[in-house]
Write a protein that binds this ligand. Structure first.
Ligand SMILES: [Mn+2]
Length: 357
């Protein structure tokens, strides 16, 4: 039984269930090693189980999945898994309540009559919050590709007259050229007053003198996604925008300097929020300080006023304060960092001082 399966089984055994069925793509990758898209896996308490997929993935499953018996079927993976579970003489079966559709759940009950279906609450997602060395290697590489792509785009592409889309497309192209598999999420490039939108999708707006340009993007490298934001300027920004840049930078640096495992998500968030509030911009920082990153771009843990749980060692989280002034513009600066025993390891290395192009 591999280490991840062992941790999974010991967690869900405490819930009093006999097996767990997994269909969420990132969880299949984490537990079974499968990088394809359509499959189901039933994990029994002794760590054995079955992995079901369809003939499109027959070769891939044989290469990637080692800890479970493999069934290849033209039936839906979940149906096959349900049939297998009902023959395996289990009394209860856990499901991923946060990601299974109502229709799938109904089908599961019909196909596995007599088995008690138990909702579990993101059991695997909670395990995934803590990264092992192999995961950290992939995240380090994903972050490096993003850093290098941004450096090229700042040097060669961003100047007066190019569009937000030009910048986004070039970033994505450079990441692919550097070995990235795909963008980690929809690239955000928002310039001028549009930068006040925390999640502005790129448009054909041309950047012009005085504009802030918020660039928030990530690289997916072998399943793992980096996440970073820099705000750069065309020419000289206005005094007000320059001021919020300095406040956001101070908040971001303060958070990076003082963030520690063992703090609650609320305490971590306050490292940046208190700085922004002290300058009077507290009501313009309308999101949490950060979030875990890994197989998904937003995962556990949350650095947020709403999270009172302690952050665990070896979590990888974003640190991304921002200030957004409607009709004027916004600034965000974001790194991803590993929580280490003596502080953080910053995986993002792009410079953070004000850059005017
Ligand atoms: Mn982020």
């Amino acid at each position: 039984m591999n280490d991840r399966v062992q941790r999974l089984v010991s967690t869900y055994s405490q819930l009093g269930i006999d097996a767990l069925v997994i269909t969420k793509r990132e969880n299949l990758r984490y537990i079974a090693g499968f990088s394809g898209s359509t499959a189901a896996c039933v994990v029994l308490k002794d760590g054995s189980g079955v992995f079901v997929t369809d003939p499109r993935y027959e070769v891939q499953a044989a290469e990637e999945v080692h800890d479970f018996d493999i069934i290849i079927s033209l039936e839906s993976a979940l149906s096959e898994a349900a049939k297998w579970a009902s023959q395996a003489q289990i009394a209860s079966l856990g499901i991923e309540a946060a990601s299974m559709t109502a229709a799938s759940r109904t089908k599961l009950s019909e196909l596995a009559p007599g088995i008690r279906i138990v909702e579990t609450d993101q059991v695997i997602e909670k395990l995934r919050a803590i990264k092992d060395e192999s995961e950290l290697m992939l995240l380090r590489q994903a972050a490096k590709i993003a850093d290098d792509a941004l450096a090229t785009v700042i040097r060669d592409v961003i100047k007066e007259g190019v569009t937000e889309l030009d910048i986004a497309i070039e970033l994505e192209y450079q990441m692919r050229k550097l070995g990235g598999d795909k963008p980690g999420f929809d690239t955000i490039v928002a310039s001028g007053p549009r930068s006040a939108m925390a999640h502005g999708a790129p448009t054909d707006r041309k950047v012009r003198p005085g504009d802030p340009i918020v660039i928030d993007f990530g690289c997916n490298y072998r399943g793992y996604t980096s996440d970073m934001t820099r705000t750069v300027f065309i020419g000289e920004p206005s005094e007000e925008i320059r001021r919020i840049y300095e406040v956001v930078l101070e908040a971001q640096l303060n958070a990076c300097r003082n963030l520690r495992a063992g703090m609650t998500g609320r305490e971590a968030d306050a490292l940046a929020r208190s700085v922004i509030e002290s300058y009077g911009y507290g009501d313009r920082f309308g999101h949490g300080l950060g979030h875990g990153v890994g197989l998904e771009v937003h995962e556990f843990p949350r650095l947020s006023p709403r999270n009172d749980s302690p952050l665990e060692l070896s979590a990888v989280v974003s640190v991304e304060p921002g200030i957004y002034l409607p009709q004027i513009g916004g600034v965000r600066i974001e790194d991803i960092v590993v929580l280490r025993p003596d502080g953080i390891e910053n995986l993002t290395s792009s410079p953070k001082e004000l850059i005017c192009l």
